[in-house]
Design a protein around this ligand. Structure first.
Ligand code: PGA
Length: 248
């Protein structure tokens, strides 16, 4: 049995006061959520605040990006070790907003994945196709290419200490989620790409893209969907709690 995991991706949202009230409310509502592991991935500048608020709770935290470099003259960058210093457990790598808006290549994403693991972080590797790619029947090719970049660099065994998030780009922030069957098909394909059967069986594959309280249970009921990576809905206490409750 794979443990369900729900990860909030706040993106570039929040403020000291908003974060405090959001996390206090989530913690309060959380006693009713026992089945899923939960984490929040927050902007770098708020990691200290979030670690203060979540220390001693069952909620983990992490970053949304990091450098592929270890340390040195890389102005404006944040290293994996810095995230570890602040108690991060996870880091998102290869989110489509990073790939598309900041031109992150498959290889760069794979290097970040490697760097995260060598610092002891669990990378959450995002993969997914655009609408044009889906309509052209390219979904599996795209996802396979994004996954292979990591497998080629790090080996298939490295996936054992990672999480994959399938996030079709056309479903992110659009309100238009993939159907549970569309998502399941790609999740099963991803699992099938992992040639080591033991690693494949234990690999947590999250779905992301317009997950809400109203569609989470149906998505999470699919056999290869092990939880979600939640953007917009993670900023709303009740929505986020009901998504967490749907993950068992
Ligand atoms: P969304 O974002 O839930 O707002 O669609 C998901 C993500 O980008 O991780």
């Amino acid at each position: 049995m794979r443990q369900s995991l729900v990860v909030a991706n706040w993106k570039m949202n929040g403020s000291l006061s908003e974060n405090q009230s959001l996390l206090n409310n989530v913690k309060q509502g959380f006693s009713t959520v026992q089945h899923a592991e939960v984490a929040v991935c927050v902007p770098f500048v708020y990691i200290q605040q979030v670690s203060d608020l979540l220390k001693g709770s069952v909620i983990a935290w992490g970053g949304q990006n990091m450098s592929q470099q270890t340390s040195g003259a890389f102005t404006g960058e944040t290293s994996a070790n810095m995230l570890v210093d602040f108690g991060c457990k996870y880091v998102i790598v290869g989110h489509s907003e990073r790939r598309n808006l900041y031109a992150e290549s498959d290889l760069l994403v794979a290097e970040k994945f490697a760097q995260a693991q060598s610092a002891g972080l669990i990378p959450i590797l995002c993969v997914g196709e655009s609408l044009i790619q889906r309509e052209a029947g390219e979904t599996e090719n795209v996802v396979q290419r994004q996954l292979s970049a990591v497998i080629n660099l790090q080996g298939v065994a490295s996936l054992a200490q990672s999480v994959i998030a399938y996030e079709p780009v056309w479903a992110i922030g659009t309100g238009k989620s993939a159907t549970s069957q569309q998502a399941q098909d790609v999740h099963a394909f991803i699992r099938g790409q992992v040639s080591d059967a033991r690693v494949a069986e234990h690999l947590q594959i999250l779905y992301g893209g317009s997950v809400k309280g109203s569609n989470a249970a149906e998505l999470f009921a699919m056999p290869d969907i092990d939880g979600g990576l939640i953007g917009g809905a993670s900023l709303k206490v009740n929505e986020f709690l009901s998504i967490c409750q749907a993950a068992r």
